[in-house]
Design a binder for this molecule. Structure first.
Ligand SMILES: *Cc1c(COP(=O)(O)O)cnc(C)c1O
Length: 425
């Protein structure tokens, strides 16, 4: 099929050309004296993405699911109790993983479309006077329903209960795209994967552990080998890994971090908010509803859009893919067929989103959903125009390296409007 595939699933996300090129290289000796420069730099710079100074990042050749496992097995023992709200397929799967490791999970079932219930968490922890609960597991951004939870409020609830449980956060579809503050929110284990906000192919599970989490490791009896923080720490201290790391992904991560830092993390978050607001304006213009029940739950990285009764969201996804080469995310488990998802995270801009919105409304019309063609595109376009940043200056040709310093042109600094007018005149 000619033209680009429009990849709008909430992970894997579009990999920028810069990152593809950075990964396109010959393999090298991961035990060479040159290697630690790469590994140590990554481990140092990842801290900024987690917003931590005290935390220690770990890079596993795995995925987000491996990150879930690493966080639990390095800090807990079989039979330990953990508290976990469940409000979508990802919180469900993490709970399942914990149970299969022999942990006792106190599940708080929450309607899909809402997020972490902070009052319930505070009540349960306050009642746990013996401090049997060792951890609280929160999915920051529930990718299945497009719901973001208030982590600062979860931390306040834990502090109000004066409870020492560790705070485990799945940030797989938030970190690098939605504000995340490990130190400020006293998160003990933060987890992400390479293929979402970090704009890389799948294949890395990234975990950041607080000093309290690392200390908990001394008592933790869950069996662990591949994911052992101790082995990893020892090798990482000298800039190496205990086994063969994913070399291309590490070079890709180097470039991904460079891109995030060039744009500035806060600008990255603001871009995601603005792109998401445009998608939400389109959904309103279509007369449809998000799965997220209230604006406070709205996710800036994925919108889960409910189709009207009598329609199957899987048909929208199928037509979008086969006819328009547009990949939308499916409804998972309980919401299968009821919703489709537009992922809006990673390497994206306004016009890419407008293309996805156009393809979505065409596919909806094709399956018989009554939306006005162009309505969503128009609403999003108005939002993007209305919220656009001031026009960036035109690029000015850089002087060649051996050029003599140029005399200041009359009428102001080089490149200023006054100087351009003077040059023209
Ligand atoms: C994608 C995702 C995962 C799973 O990650 P994998 O890389 O597929 O193992 C876990 N949690 C959330 C919130 C996700 O979005």
């Amino acid at each position: 099929m000619a033209g680009r595939n429009f990849l709008f699933v909430p992970g894997p996300t579009n990999v920028p050309d810069r990152i593809l090129r950075a990964m396109d290289r010959a393999m090298e000796d991961h035990r060479s004296s040159a290697f630690p420069a790469l590994a140590s730099g990554l481990l140092r710079d990842l801290k900024s993405v987690f917003k931590t100074t005290a935390g220690q990042p770990f890079i596993f050749p795995a995925t987000g699911t491996g990150g879930w496992e690493a966080a639990l097995v390095n800090t807990l023992s079989p039979g330990d109790r953990v508290l976990a709200p469940r409000y979508g397929q990802f919180s469900h799967l993490w709970i399942d993983l914990a149970q299969r490791h022999g942990l006792r999970v106190d599940i708080i079932d929450v309607d899909w479309g809402e997020g972490a219930p902070v009052e319930r968490i505070e009540e349960i922890l306050t009642a746990d006077t013996q401090h049997e609960v060792k951890g609280v597991l929160i999915v920051h951004n529930e990718t299945a329903t497009g719901v973001t939870s208030d982590l600062a409020a979860v931390r306040r609830a834990m502090d109000a209960a004066r409870h020492p449980a560790l705070l485990y956060v799945d940030g797989v579809s938030s970190i690098g795209a939605i504000d995340f503050r490990m130190d400020e929110w006293k998160v003990d284990l933060a987890i992400t994967g390479s293929q979402k906000g970090l704009m890389l192919p799948p294949g890395l599970g990234l975990v950041c552990a607080s000093p309290r989490a690392l200390a908990a490791g001394n008592q933790a009896k869950c069996p662990r080998v591949f994911f052992d923080f101790g082995d990893m720490s020892k090798a990482n201290a000298t800039g190496y890994f205990p086994y063969t790391p994913s070399l291309p992904l590490l070079h890709g991560l180097r470039e991904s971090l460079a891109m995030l830092f060039e744009e500035g993390l806060d600008n990255v978050f603001a871009r995601h908010r603005r792109l998401a607001d445009g998608v939400r304006a389109a959904v309103r213009a279509w007369g449809l509803k998000l799965c997220a029940r209230a604006p406070k739950w709205h996710s800036d990285t994925v919108s889960a859009i409910l189709v009207p009764d009598g329609f199957n969201a899987a048909d929208v996804i199928d037509v979008a893919f086969r006819r328009y080469n547009l990949a939308l995310g499916a409804g998972l488990a309980r919401v299968a067929g009821k919703l489709f998802r537009i992922g809006h995270l990673g390497d994206l801009n306004e016009l890419m989103l407008l293309g996805a919105i156009a393809g979505t409304e065409m596919a909806m019309r094709d399956v018989g959903i009554k939306v006005t063609l162009g309505a969503g595109v128009a609403a999003a376009a108005e939002h993007y125009r209305g919220s656009a940043a001031p026009l960036p200056p035109r690029a000015v040709a850089a002087p060649s390296a051996d050029a003599q310093p140029q005399p200041q042109p009359p009428g102001g600094k080089p490149g200023s409007l006054a100087s351009r007018a003077a040059v023209r005149a």
